[in-house]
Design a protein around this ligand. Structure first.
Ligand code: PLP
Length: 407
C-alpha cells in the first residue's frame, strides 16, 4: 500500500542521513534571518546558503518596482503569453536582454520563462528531436537532466569538464544535430566549464552549445552579463539560459539565442505554451534588477562579493593547514559557491548542525543532489554579507575543529 511503501522509503532516507527538512524563515531575504529550528524554537541565524548573490532580493528599488508593477499590471498574468497576451513588461525585459546579449550572440532574441527549470526543459525538449544527440557534462543541473530525459534525442554523458572525452564523442557522432549541454558555473561545486574550448569544439564539429548560466548571470563579467561577457565569447552556436531568481533577486529565467531558435521555442516548447505567464509585476521588478546589475552600484556589489570570496578562501585555506584532519576539503572555485566537501552524509549533517548550534546556517548538500560520497557544506556568499559575517563563519569553523586537537 502506498503509504506503507512511502513510510519505508522515508525510514531508509533517515537511516542514510538523507532526510531533508525545510526551515521556516520569519524574515525576508537577507543573511541575518530568524528561522524556526528543529526543536521549534525561533532563532536568529546568519545564513550562507542563498543564491541572492548581489543582495537584490531585498533591494529597496527592486521592491518598489515590484509594488509599482502590481499597481500597473495587477497581481497575476491570467493566462499563458500566447493564449491571452504578452505583457509590456515581458516585452521590455526581453528587448533589454536581447540588447545585452547582442555582442555575444548574433541575431539574438530573448524569451522569458517562469523558472530556470522550465527554460531548461523547454530548450532541451524542443531542440532535442529524435535525430539529435545531447552531450552532457556528468554534473549538469537536475533541470538539464530532466530536460534531456524529456527530449527524444539520444544522450551521452562525459566526465566533468573533460573536453578530451567530449571531443572524442563529438567526432564519433553522426547525428544531424549535436547539442552540448553544460552549466557555466556548476551549482554544487562552483567551478567553471571550459566554455571557450567547448565552443571551439562545437564550431569544429558543427555542434551547438546550451550554456546554463544560472550562477554566472549578474555575477560574472564587467557589466554583470554573465559567463559569455566574462570570457568574451561570441557565436551563433550559443544557446544561453540565464536565471533571474538568483543574482537578479526576483524569479524566472530567459533563453537568449538566435532568433529562429527563440521563435521556435515560443511556438512549440510545452513549458512556455502550457503554463500561465509570470505575473508582469515580477517582470517589471526584474527591469529594475537589470538596471542595478548594469549600474555602478552593481559593479560595487560585484567587487565587494569578490573581496568576500577572497577573504573566505584565504581563511579556509589557513584552517585547512591548521587542521589537516578537519574532515573537509575546500573545492577549487573562484565563484560565490564555496563548498566544503565532507564526503559522508552523517559527517556533513553534523558539521552543519555544529555551525547551526553556533548561530550559522550552511545546508548540508547530500545525494542525489551531489554524487554519493561527496556530501558537502555548500557555502554561498552574497554582496549583502559583510566582512564581519565572513569572519564570524571562519571563527565558528575554527572553534568547531579546535577540539579535534590538530591545532
Ligand atoms: C537554480 C538553477 C536552475 C533552476 O532555476 P530556477 O529559476 O530556480 O528554476 C537551473 N540551472 C541551474 C544550474 C541552477 O542552479
Amino acid at each position: 500500500m502506498l503509504i506503507d511503501h512511502l513510510n519505508q522509503a522515508a525510514a531508509e532516507r533517515t537511516a542514510g542521513a538523507l532526510t531533508r527538512n525545510r526551515r521556516t524563515a520569519h524574515t525576508g531575504c537577507a543573511p541575518h534571518q530568524t528561522v524556526s529550528a528543529k526543536d521549534g524554537q525561533v532563532r536568529p541565524l546568519l545564513g550562507f546558503c542563498s543564491n541572492d548573490y548581489l543582495g537584490l532580493a531585498s533591494h529597496p528599488a527592486v521592491i518598489a518596482a515590484f509594488a509599482e508593477g502590481a499597481q500597473r499590471y495587477g497581481a497575476g498574468s491570467s493566462a499563458s503569453s500566447l493564449v491571452n497576451k504578452h505583457s509590456l513588461a515581458h516585452h521590455q525585459l526581453e528587448s533589454e536582454l536581447a540588447r545585452w546579449f547582442a555582442p555575444n550572440i548574433p541575431k539574438v532574441q530573448a524569451l522569458y520563462f517562469c523558472t530556470g527549470y522550465m527554460a531548461n526543459l523547454a530548450v532541451l525538449s524542443a531542440l532535442g528531436t529524435d535525430d539529435a544527440t545531447l552531450f552532457c557534462d556528468k554534473l549538469i543541473h537536475a533541470s538539464l537532466i530532466d530536460g534531456a530525459l524529456l527530449a527524444r534525442a539520444s544522450m551521452k554523458r562525459y566526465p566533468h569538464c573533460d573536453v578530451t572525452t567530449l571531443a572524442r564523442q563529438l567526432a564519433a557522432c553522426h547525428s544531424p544535430l549535436k547539442l552540448i549541454v553544460t552549466d557555466s558555473v556548476f551549482s554544487m561545486d562552483g567551478d567553471m566549464a571550459p566554455l571557450a574550448e567547448m565552443l571551439a569544439l562545437a564550431e569544429h564539429h558543427d555542434a551547438w552549445i546550451v550554456v546554463d548560466d544560472a550562477h554566472g548571470f549578474g555575477v560574472l563579467g564587467e557589466r554583470g552579463r554573465g559567463a559569455l561577457e566574462h570570457l568574451g565569447l561570441t557565436s551563433e552556436r550559443l544557446i544561453y539560459v540565464g536565471t533571474l531568481g538568483k543574482a537578479a533577486g526576483v524569479a524566472g529565467a530567459f533563453v537568449a539565442a538566435h532568433r529562429t531558435i527563440v521563435e521556435h521555442l515560443a511556438n512549440v516548447s510545452r513549458p512556455y505554451l502550457h503554463s500561465a505567464a509570470a505575473p508582469p509585476a515580477i517582470v517589471h521588478a526584474l527591469l529594475s534588477s537589470l538596471t542595478l546589475i548594469a549600474s555602478n552600484e552593481g559593479r560595487e556589489r560585484r567587487d565587494h562579493l569578490m573581496q568576500l570570496i577572497g577573504q573566505l578562501r584565504s581563511g579556509l585555506q589557513i584552517l585547512q593547514v591548521r587542521h589537516p584532519r578537519a574532515g573537509w576539503q575546500l573545492a577549487d572555485s573562484s565563484t560565490p559557491i564555496q563548498p566544503l566537501i565532507v564526503g559522508n552524509n552523517e559527517a556533513a549533517l553534523s558539521l552543519s548542525q555544529a555551525l547551526e548550534n553556533d548561530g550559522i546556517r550552511v545546508t548540508a548538500i547530500r545525494p542525489p543532489t551531489v554524487p554519493n560520497g561527496t556530501s558537502r557544506l555548500r557555502i554561498t556568499l552574497s554582496a549583502s554579507h559583510t566582512a564581519a559575517d565572513v569572519t564570524r563563519l571562519l571563527d565558528s569553523l575554527s572553534a568547531i575543529m579546535a577540539p579535534r586537537g590538530d591545532a
